[in-house]
Design a protein around this ligand. Structure first.
Ligand SMILES: [Zn+2]
Length: 136
């Protein structure tokens, strides 16, 4: 399901639209002025893709160097490194995961203890409060 960002040519409002199907892209309407004169912005989608690719590369154990994925403490060290490399605060959940790893818990135990992680360390792509405005 593609997510596109549009800018209204009438009032300048940006809106993020999740399309249910790539085969049936419907023209969205501006949530502020109701205009259908919206122009699709592609930069953000491209950015999200590259970010995903970066995270995927990091999730590949062969890129981890000397990390031992069966050693929680080694994993914790790696995750700290990853966090520094991303140059952003990954949030209190991420910190808690690292703390638990350093305490010797396995990723499986941590997932059970923190079900809100949804089985994916690092969580969803956080677009800084942007979110989806419309579903078409
Ligand atoms: Zn508008």
């Amino acid at each position: 399901m593609p997510i596109y960002e549009y800018r209204c040519q009438e009032c300048g409002r940006r809106t993020t639209v999740l399309h249910r199907s790539i085969h049936n892209i419907q023209q969205p309407t501006c949530p502020r002025c109701g205009s259908q004169n919206l122009k699709r912005l592609i930069s953000k989608v491209a950015y999200v893709r590259s970010e995903e690719a970066r995270l995927e590369a990091m999730a590949d154990p062969s890129n981890w160097g000397d990390v031992d994925e069966n050693d929680p403490k080694s994993l914790a060290r790696f995750m700290r490194k990853m966090s520094q490399e991303l140059g952003e605060d990954l949030g209190p959940e991420f910190e808690e995961v690292i703390d638990r790893l350093e305490a010797g818990q396995s990723p499986e135990e941590i997932e059970k203890a923190m079900p809100e992680l949804g089985g994916e360390l690092g969580g969803d792509l956080d677009e800084g409060g942007g979110g989806i405005d419309q579903v078409l």
